[in-house]
Design a protein around this ligand. Structure first.
Ligand code: AHM
Ligand code: MG
Length: 339
């Protein structure tokens, strides 16, 4: 049998690279690994078991329908964090306020985590890929006390680690601690994540553009012009490009990071800040993109330097291969003042 590096081994090896670190980030990554397997088990049963599919009948703070699996995943991750004590608080797309853990072990946790426990959840009931996205920061409040809002409202440049789990045709966990991006595929027969995609690199250029073109008439002029550019034939630049849109950010991002491409969720007339959330979706994916050689902006500026002022803040997202994002930003600049 050839040697396979498991995620557990890999996390420990990386800990050995930082002999003076206390090891709690290592344990936190192990907590995420474990919780993701629990969620994966339920995701794989969607369609078979009545009580996990479909709408819960509740709405989140953004007025969006919550699926039963959204809530289940949220509870699993929060319970895992609470029980293991590495983090002092959790901010989740599914909860109006952040949760500050109130037990002694957690109050001594040095990290906070922000997450979208189940992204792309409208795809659950139709057996299309969905994901979990997470982002880890060092707290700014004193260790030993309860977490405060400032622990969560840090710019993305302060992230210590970020990643996602994609529940796709196979389940993968992809993460960075600021030293490149590595991907692990879950071997379902062993229940173990194995290093399958070491040192993932975003191709500098690509042929795929991903955007919900149903919203076309509501897009800013720069985006409309960029879409036209993608569709025009030009052999030198490999156009026309291919349009691919799953509607699960994690899955669209993952494909583009492997094949080369751009994902855009711009502002629209009805969503003046776009749809996606800075803290739960855009920052973690921006960190992964930059760590793999890609780029992430809001159309004009780097996502990671935006200073958040609200837990559920939204920003537009232009993320992907650097040549493609640069071109889209040229159009945004050129047509900035067009109606
Ligand atoms: P969610 O967090 O409520 O699942 O919403 C985020 C999802 C992304 O995964 C996806 O890229 C986007 O919403 C799709 O939105 P739209 O249907 O407007 O294209
Ligand atoms: Mg989401």
């Amino acid at each position: 049998m050839h040697h396979v590096t498991t995620l557990g081994e890999f996390i420990v090896q990386k800990q050995e690279d930082f002999p003076y670190a206390k090891g709690d980030l290592t344990s936190l990554l192990s907590t995420i690994r474990l919780a993701s397997k629990v969620v994966n088990r339920e995701v794989n049963k969607a369609g078979l078991v009545e009580d996990i599919s479909g709408s819960s009948g509740e709405e989140n703070i953004q007025g969006e329908d919550q699926q039963k699996l959204d809530i289940y995943a949220d509870e699993v991750f929060i319970a895992a964090m609470l029980n293991r004590g590495e983090v002092c608080g959790v901010g989740s797309e599914e909860n109006d306020e952040f949760i500050a853990f109130d037990n002694e072990t957690s109050k001594n946790g040095r990290y906070v985590i922000l997450m979208d426990p189940l992204d792309g959840s409208s795809n659950i009931d139709v057996n299309v890929s969905i994901g979990t996205i997470f982002s880890i920061y060092r707290r700014v409040s004193p260790v030993g006390e309860k977490a405060i809002i400032d622990d969560f409202l840090q710019p993305g440049t302060e992230q210590i680690a970020a990643g996602y789990v994609i529940y796709g045709s196979s389940t993968m966990l992809v993460y960075t601690t600021g030293n490149g991006v590595n991907g692990f595929t879950l071997d379902p027969s062993l229940g173990t994540y194995c290093l399958s995609h070491p040192n993932m690199r975003f191709p500098d250029d690509g042929k795929i553009y991903s955007i919900n073109e149903g919203n076309y008439i509501k897009f800013p002029e720069g985006v409309k012009q960029y879409i036209k550019y993608c569709q025009v034939r030009d052999e030198d630049t490999n156009r026309p490009y291919t349009s691919r849109y799953i509607g699960s950010l994690v899955a669209d991002y993952h494909r583009n990071m492997i094949k080369g491409g751009i994902y855009i969720y711009p502002t629209t007339e009805s969503a003046p800040n776009g749809k996606l959330r800075l803290l739960y979706e855009n920052n973690p994916l921006a960190f992964l993109a930059e760590q793999s050689g890609g780029v992430a902006t809001d159309g004009y500026q780097r996502i990671l330097t935006i200073k958040p002022n609200d837990l559920h803040q939204r920003t537009p997202l232009f993320i992907g291969s650097k040549i493609m994002v640069a071109k889209a930003m040229e159009f945004m600049k050129e047509f900035k003042n067009s109606k």
